[in-house]
Design a protein around this ligand. Structure first.
Ligand code: ZN
Length: 242
């Protein structure tokens, strides 16, 4: 079983298309999406249509829930709130009905999937050893997958604690004999200072997971963000990966 994992697409169609082209070259058995298909970016309906067509499982993230009206937009930062209101105003019925049925956590094969964390599947950022440790303690699958922070991460249990951290491109981890918490990073708005779109390839049979990055035409997404009147910082941050 070989699986491609994506997360936090955030309505960035050029990034999603570039990642899917890279995934197609690997021809995995399944594609898993950890949520936040919409929010921030300029192409919510297009991205939902692609994910709906391609993903074998998809979770709902805090941005998806906010755009549906299932979470209060007031809890968001000003730019996120502005983009959530705009996304809600353009979301079509097909996208809405697809997003409305998604869970924020799901078991799948030898993994447990959460948008954010096992402790709080919608909101908690796993960016500390304590948070990673809690998510591993609350689960028992060999692989625990989270998104939400937009930072690629690999953390494993060791001597009663956890070890690991940021997982830049080229990071490869052996699955056998240990449990892992992995965050593939973000397709549409990376925040680990590498602006390239992130995804993760897991080969459960061969026993490894590999962190991948792919270049995409950032300027196309930036132009579309400006053309829709969305906050300009949502365009500029893409080039910085923050
Ligand atoms: Zn997100």
């Amino acid at each position: 079983m070989r699986v491609a994992v994506v997360s936090d697409i955030h309505a960035n169609l050029p990034a999603l298309e570039a990642v899917l082209a890279a995934i197609d070259e690997e021809a995995p058995d399944e594609l898993w999406c950890l949520g936040d298909v919409v929010g921030y970016g300029p192409n919510p309906n297009e991205c939902v249509a692609v994910v709906r067509e391609r993903a074998d499982v998809c979770l709902s993230g805090n941005h998806d829930l906010a755009v549906l009206g299932a979470l209060p937009i007031e809890d968001f930062s000003p730019d996120a709130a502005t983009s959530a209101r705009w996304s809600a105003s353009v979301l079509d019925d097909d996208s809405r009905s697809f997003l409305a049925l998604l869970p924020s956590l799901a078991p799948r094969y030898r993994a447990q999937l959460f948008h954010a964390s096992a402790r709080d599947p919608v909101w908690e950022y796993v960016l500390t050893e304590e948070a990673a440790s809690a998510s591993l303690a609350l689960t028992d699958a060999p692989v625990v997958l989270v998104g939400h922070s937009h930072v690629a991460l690999s953390v494993t249990e060791e001597r009663g604690g956890v070890t690991g951290g940021a997982a830049p491109e080229g990071t490869e981890v052996p699955l056998e004999g240990r449990r892992w918490l992995l965050n593939p990073g973000s397709v549409g708005q990376p925040r680990d200072r590498d602006p390239r779109a992130a995804w993760l390839l897991i080969d459960f049979d061969a026993g490894w997971a590999a962190f991948r990055r792919v270049r995409y035409p950032i300027d196309r997404t930036q132009e579309a963000i400006r053309a829709r009147g969305l906050p300009p910082t949502l365009a500029s941050r893409l080039a910085l990966g923050e």
